[in-house]
Write a protein that binds this ligand. Structure first.
Ligand code: BES
Ligand code: MN
Ligand code: MN
Length: 466
């Protein structure tokens, strides 16, 4: 172990140089102008896998962006970890709000800034280096590892489910490991055991069949931007509850034990509000902020547009208005049901003055992973060693839809071992990763692979299978 960990220490500069290369590839999955870059990124991932000693490296084509797979299976009798991550990134807009260019890694104050640095390239790279630290030192890995890195996570993983269904044998493993979430706070390592689900909708409101002069026609028809605003405003009541009929029907209530565990976490509403620059927090009445973030469903308008938004004034009464609306879901809601309820509600409340269309874009299910599993125990031990502190248990408000599918299709539980921080601007300008966490993440991952076999054996999980 010592040799392996000092190898990590000795190579820090090299890691940063190589990570820079990875982050320089604009693998924006949602923008077709970047399709060639996204493919180049898949090839970079495949080459990196070969470099760190992974075998059977393959790039699988999909109707969308490629999936990269590799394996190292030299530890017979030891558990097999299926490591999942994504090499695609979110768009960089608005690019003028970045302090340094999004695809030129820049280090400021101990943080490395670039799109994908935290979500998720930086965190995948952590595992490449943890694996390499073993293979480059003539030390066999203590576990078997399969890596599955996709290029469509940020656009809903449309082709991954079919791939997993079609490659059950290839992906056969004992547990899933994902580093695509955050620690509770700087210096406060944590294991995540819950993610929210998601139903993402787009709505269109049409009024007159063409844009109109707002003077000649204003007063005669219902402005679709106004109608849409009225509809969106009515989606929450004065207690911050979502008004979509039936929305809360399937929501699993928080247990007393979990509520009290949440309350014991080091949290301060005032400093949270201050950090975000809001004068006051907002949300569903009757729940704490962490409860609202992790265990209550929400509805958000992600964007709204229509009419004239360019420079200066243009008097126009627009023909159409649009909005993107997402719902974050919790157990036991389903994305299909949430989408159905939303559509029904939205169409029903549409005023007679306009016509409304609703489309479901994509969805994913909420996940709770067992915290008494050998994988989580190994993660706790590894975090303790990697960061010198006992980790907390937490949930997350974000979504990783494949987690539930790994359970349903492959029967595998997932360990969520995140090394990001909640304020690292994932999906926003100035995304960054803290370098202490980055290097701590490599150490922790080295420890995780080393700790897992003993916890696995102690859990008796190995025996059950044979
Ligand atoms: N890494 C995030 C998910 C995440 C965020 C987990 C914060 C834990 C904390 C992932 O890349 C992501 O952004 N997922 C999308 C869902 C997807 C269906 C587009 C999300 O949560 O919006
Ligand atoms: Mn991610
Ligand atoms: Mn993301």
């Amino acid at each position: 172990m010592e040799r392996i960990l000092s190898f990590v220490d000795a190579n820090k500069e090299k890691y940063l140089g190589e990570l820079k290369e990875f982050l320089a590839i604009p693998s924006v999955s949602s923008q077709s102008a970047h399709n060639a870059d996204t493919r180049r990124c898949a090839e970079w991932v495949a080459a990196q896998m070969r470099t760190v000693g992974m075998n059977n490296v393959q790039i699988f084509e999909t109707p969308g962006h490629p999936i990269v797979y590799s394996e190292w299976l030299g530890a017979p009798g030891a558990p097999t970890v299926l490591f999942y991550g994504h090499y695609d990134v979110q768009p960089v807009d608005p690019v003028n709000l970045w302090t340094s260019p999004p695809f030129e890694s820049t280090i400021r104050d101990g943080d490395l800034y670039a799109r994908g640095s935290a979500d998720d390239k930086g965190q995948i790279y952590i595992h490449f280096k943890a694996i390499e630290a073993y293979t480059k030192n003539g030390a066999p890995l203590p576990v078997n590892i399969k890596m599955l890195i996709e290029g469509e996570e940020e656009v809903g993983s449309a082709n991954l489910e079919d791939f997993v269904k079609g490659h059950k044998d290839l992906l056969k493993a004992d547990l899933v490991l994902i580093s695509d979430s955050s620690m509770f706070a700087k210096g406060v390592p944590s294991v995540c055991y819950g993610l929210r689900g998601l139903a993402y909708m787009e709505v269109e409101v049409e009024g007159p069949n063409t844009d109109l002069h707002s003077g000649s026609f204003g007063g005669s028809v219902h402005n679709p931007v106004q109608a849409l605003s009225e509809m969106i405003a009515s989606l929450h009541d004065k207690n911050g509850r979502v008004t979509v009929k039936g929305f809360y029907n399937d929501v699993r209530s928080l247990t007393k034990a979990e509520r009290s565990a949440f309350r014991k976490l080091p949290w301060n509403d005032k400093s949270y509000a201050k950090k975000l620059g809001v004068r006051q927090l907002y949300g569903e009445k009757g729940f704490t902020t962490l409860e609202r973030l992790w265990a209550r469903p929400t509805l958000e308008c992600n964007g709204i547009w229509g009419g004239y938004t360019g420079e200066g004034a243009k008097t126009v009464l627009p023909s159409k208005a649009f909005a993107k609306i997402s719902m974050r879901l919790v157990p036991d809601q389903t994305s299909a049901q949430a989408a159905k309820l939303f559509e029904k509600h939205f169409l029903k409340m549409a005023p007679k003055t306009v016509s409304v269309k609703v489309r479901a874009l994509h969805g994913g299910e909420a996940a709770i992973t067992p915290i008494d599993s050998p994988g989580v125990k190994a993660a706790v031990a590894a975090l303790q060693k990697g960061f010198g502190k006992k980790p907390l248990y937490q949930r997350e408000g974000g979504s990783i839809p494949i987690v539930v599918q790994f359970k349903n299709i492959l029967g595998l539980d997932t360990v969520l071992l995140g090394f990001g921080l909640p304020d690292e601007n994932a999906h926003a300008p100035d995304e960054h990763i803290n370098l202490d966490n980055f290097f701590g993440g490599i150490r922790t991952s080295v420890h995780f692979y080393n700790e897992l076999p003993a916890f696995w054996k102690a859990g008796g999980a190995g025996k059950k299978k044979k």
